[in-house]
Design a protein around this ligand. Structure first.
Ligand SMILES: [Zn+2]
Length: 914
């Protein structure tokens, strides 16, 4: 419990659905009177008096032990809230209950929260009033070490030459004042009022992070004036963080205190704090773990910068701009890197794994309301845990959670986060299988999915246009990843699913699964209520997340596409794209059920899309040798902007209305001369992004880069080499122009500081695709396509990182690709070279000597050299630059006039000199 809450550093937490429950106070009955008496006993600090509350059947020895835990001396305030009441086994109806209670026990400025199970029985009385006694009790969970922090007005230190350090951070106060908030173990919070000349510096060690700081602040380190600082640290570390010579106690000063207290109040609830709702309205804080530090630094130039060092995060150092809500830096500390856990692996850390979901959700699209039940089959991966964290949209209220193994469970809601902490009433050990039945409901607005979604935010500089215009098209609700519309594991891991989705009869649903036979069925509504349409979708192949689209959809077509023929055709044509022997793991049965649905006005486009989709799917299946999902629904919906989203089994294409004011052509993901681009890109995600997932945000390029490159390969197949070249050239141009914004491996953070999603698409989509094309040129057709199949079949229905991609292509090509991936995926920018050539005639035949010298960082790349002869003939050759200075000789077939480097523009390269 403690560990989980402590990990949520930058969030204010709220315990429990108490807010919702508080609206329905329990009736004042005998049970409530019993709980009030228990509160009084706790405050009186008399465990012996608990024995008076026992019923005759209670085990008095157990009760005495429990009472000493519950009613220890020193409690200044006790609050008990009943959370659940169920009939007690072995009693007549109304004569016994099993209660779940939450208890807050305050001891001055300290507190502890506990959950208890209390079995109670009615005892006969002479009066008409109920009287209840305790028949059994058990402590379930507890959160200890809560502090109600306050700045101490009577203690102030004068600072002289104070320096507060954490990794890559230094705060320097030549002069100033320091106030602290005490706990019994020592101060855990401090406010620094900075005197003249106070400064901070933040200088991240990793190169990619220094580049991001440069984008943010204009230089590789942030050096700026500081006005005040709020600090949180472990109480055991006050002495070590504030060197003894730098602080001397001074006389209390009410004016200074008021200033410091304002800073304290602004920040104390923002981190390490719980909001206990109906247990307590006050702010209760947890102490940071030793080594952790949180600093809210008010600067002149950047307003408040939040520095955090938090051991519970894999990337344990971060710097955050609070006002603009931007992550400036997020990276692993030197110690983390040395320990080899530098890369965040959410699955390796996941304490449990969900293997199957059964959802039953009813939607009311007009009110954006949903009412759901979710059955989660999960297996524990941690050694032993007594709580689970599920993700579920903050807006959705959990009505109940039941488990076959643990019975009725209490859940805690985390405010500001889409998390639900489920207490297990005991420990579950590794390998244990648990079924959770979660009932939930609420109003939920879908969030634009950012995974496998091609959704430009533009016009970039005129957001008011998209916001103010009312959309004249058909509305759609797309509940997918990031919306957390069903309870799910903390990381998107693979699971199978069955979904029963119900909508008003006027609507249709498309979802990530195959439509069950006989579905949908129309369910008559209750008296005078409109009928509903109930769909059943089954995802029998594992999927990373579940999605559903609710809109007015008409069926355009449904047919079985045979992919076998395409495969056989390519094989006999000797296209060099099929493995000589099938790789293990293939399950492809050669048939795809393709359904196309569209908003009514998009019917004609739907018919066009159908043929393209069938062709695209056959082509990709022939490249990879598999089609991971046996069904695909292609849904065309009206939207302000072009784009799409592609969960497993489903691809949604956004059809902009003719009236849309767009300047799409200036987007990195616009390929005007290739109208099939969107379909080709989105459908590729069935293989890349869905069947093969990406491990961390650093690896998102594996989804987008492969989807983008596959769409270019399809352009080549359908419309020829010229269009393919044009696409790669355009991608290379974007890569060159935006490459300095950061490495491909920076993922979503590309363009995040600048607030420009085009930078993300220029690098994560386009640069990645160009990198794949260079790889293709480097290792040749055969090794490249074998590498794709090795990667795919090795990773199907699991997630991969950049190293897995490299390993697959190294294996098939026999080449060491470490430097290639290191510089192109892990490094920013694109190569700058100095190119020169000279005719030489020192050998038997005339030759041309080429010299390519890399400026800046060394990279490895193939590049085309074009020889132009007198008379107009040209000859193209490919060379591979592997060293800082690469020299080549090519034989001449005539009188050489000129030599050009990278004339085809397929390598993102800048040529200087000459
Ligand atoms: Zn995509």
């Amino acid at each position: 419990m403690r560990r989980t809450l402590g990990a949520l550093v930058l969030a204010a937490l709220a315990l429990s659905q108490a807010a919702a429950r508080a609206q329905q106070p329990p009736p004042v009955d005998g049970v409530v009177r019993l709980l009030l008496r228990l509160e009084q006993l706790m405050q009186a600090g008399d465990p012996e008096a608990y024995m008076d509350l026992l019923s005759a059947v209670a085990d008095r020895r157990f009760a005495r032990d429990a009472s000493r835990v519950l009613i220890s001396p020193g409690i200044t305030r006790a609050v008990i809230r009943e959370r659940d009441r169920a009939p007690l086994e072995g009693t007549l109806p109304g004569d016994g209950y099993r209660l779940m209670i939450e208890v807050l026990a305050e001891r001055g400025s300290r507190a502890r929260i506990e959950t208890w199970r209390l079995d109670i029985r009615r005892v006969p009385t002479e009066t008409s009033e109920d009287e209840w006694r305790v028949a059994g009790q058990q402590s379930l969970t507890s959160v200890d070490g809560l502090h109600r922090l306050a700045l101490n007005p009577s203690k102030v230190y004068r600072a002289r030459g104070l320096v507060v350090r954490s990794e890559d951070l230094e705060i320097r106060l030549p002069a100033g004042h320091v106030f602290v908030a005490d706990t019994a173990e020592g101060p855990t919070a401090a406010v620094l009022l900075a005197g003249d000349g106070s400064t901070m510096s933040f200088r991240p060690a990793p190169e990619a992070e220094r580049e991001q700081v440069r984008i943010y602040a204009g230089s590789e380190a942030i050096e700026t004036r500081v006005e005040d600082v709020f600090l949180r640290f472990s109480p055991s570390e006050f002495a070590s963080r504030f060197s003894s010579g730098s602080l001397t106690e001074a006389a209390p000063d009410p004016v200074l205190f008021r200033r410091a207290d304002a800073v304290f109040r602004e920040h104390v609830a923002q981190s390490f704090s719980l909001d206990l709702a109906d247990l307590s309205r006050e702010t209760w804080s947890l102490p940071p773990a030793p080594g952790d530090l949180l600093a809210e630094i008010r600067t002149r130039r950047f307003q408040t910068l939040t520095y955090s060092k938090s051991a519970s995060d894999a990337e344990d150092i971060s710097l955050f701009d609070r006002r603009r809500r931007r992550n400036i830096s997020v990276y692993p500390s030197a110690a983390r890197l040395a320990a080899g856990v530098g890369r965040f692996d959410e699955d390796a850390r996941a304490p449990f794994d969900v293997s199957h979901y059964a959802l039953d959700v009813s939607f009311d699209p007009a009110r954006l309301w949903l009412d759901g039940r979710a059955l989660l089959h999960l297996r524990i991966r941690a050694d032993a845990i007594n709580n689970l964290t599920l993700r579920l949209a903050e807006n959705l209220t959990v009505r109940s959670i039941y488990s076959n193994e643990f019975g009725r469970l209490l859940s805690l809601r985390v405010r500001g986060q889409n998390n639900v902490i489920v207490n297990l009433n005991g420990y579950a050990t590794r390998g244990t299988q648990i079924t959770l039945d979660v009932a939930y409901s609420g109003r939920l607005e879908p969030v634009e999915p950012d995974r496998e979604a091609l959704a430009p935010q533009f016009p970039q500089d005129r957001p008011e246009i998209t916001e103010s215009l009312s959309f004249p098209g058909e509305t759609s609700l797309l509940y997918s990843t990031r919306t957390f519309w069903y309870p799910q594991g903390a990381s998107s891991d693979y699971a199978t699913a069955v979904m029963h989705l119900t909508v008003p009869e006027a609507y249709q649903v498309a979802a990530s699964g195959e439509l069950a036979p006989g579905s949908p069925v129309v369910v008559p509504g209750p008296e005078r209520q409109p009928s509903a349409r109930r769909y059943t979708f089954e995802a029998r192949q594992p999927v990373r997340y579940l999605a559903c689209l609710i809109s007015r959809l008409v069926r355009v077509s449904a047919r079985t596409v045979s992919l076998v023929e395409a495969l056989a055709g390519l094989a006999s044509a000797g296209a060099g794209v099929l493995p000589a022997e099938p790789l293990p793991g293939g399950s492809f049965n050669g048939e795809l059920e393709l359904v196309v649905e569209a908003n009514p006005r998009q019917l004609a486009r739907g018919r066009q899309a159908e043929a393209v989709a069938a062709d695209v799917m056959s082509y990709y299946a022939s490249i990879v040798g598999d089609s991971p999902y046996p069904d695909l629904t292609l849904a065309l919906i009206e939207k302000e902007l072009p784009g799409g989203h592609s969960p497993a089994y489903l691809a949604v294409l956004y059809q902009p209305l003719p009236t849309a004011a767009t300047n799409w052509s200036s987007d990195p993901a616009a390929f005007i001369s290739f109208p099939e681009y969107f379909i080709a890109h989105e459908l590729a995600h069935q293989w890349w992004g869905q069947a093969v997932g990406w491990r961390t945000y650093h690896d998102q390029w594996i989804s987008e880069g492969f989807a983008q490159y596959f769409s270019a390969l399809y352009a080549k197949k359908r419309r020829g080499n010229a269009l393919f070249g044009e696409m790669i050239r355009r991608m290379a141009k974007w890569a060159r122009e935006q490459g300095k914004a950061g490495p491909v491996s920076l993922g979503y953070r590309l363009g995040h500081i600048q607030g420009d999603t085009r930078i993300f698409r220029a690098i994560v989509y386009n640069k990645s695709a160009v990198v794949l094309h260079m790889l293709h040129r480097l290792i040749g057709d055969d090794a490249f396509f074998r590498g794709i199949r090795r990667l795919y079949f090795g990773a199907r229905f699991s997630k991969v990182g950049t190293d897995d991609v490299r390993a697959a292509f190294e294996k098939e090509s026999g080449q060491d690709l470490k430097r290639f991936f290191g510089s192109w995926i892990g490094g920013s920018g694109t190569p700058v070279v100095d190119f020169s050539w000279a005719r030489v005639a020192d050998g038997a035949a005339p030759e041309v000597a080429l010299r390519i010298e890399q400026r800046g960082k060394d990279s490895e790349f193939p590049v085309t050299v074009t020889l132009q002869y007198a008379g107009g003939a040209t000859e193209a050759a490919q060379v591979v630059v592997r060293e800082r200075v690469a020299e080549f000789r090519l034989p001449l077939k005539g009188t050489l006039k000129d030599v050009t480097l990278n004339r085809d523009g397929l390598t993102p390269l800048e040529i200087v000199g000459r």
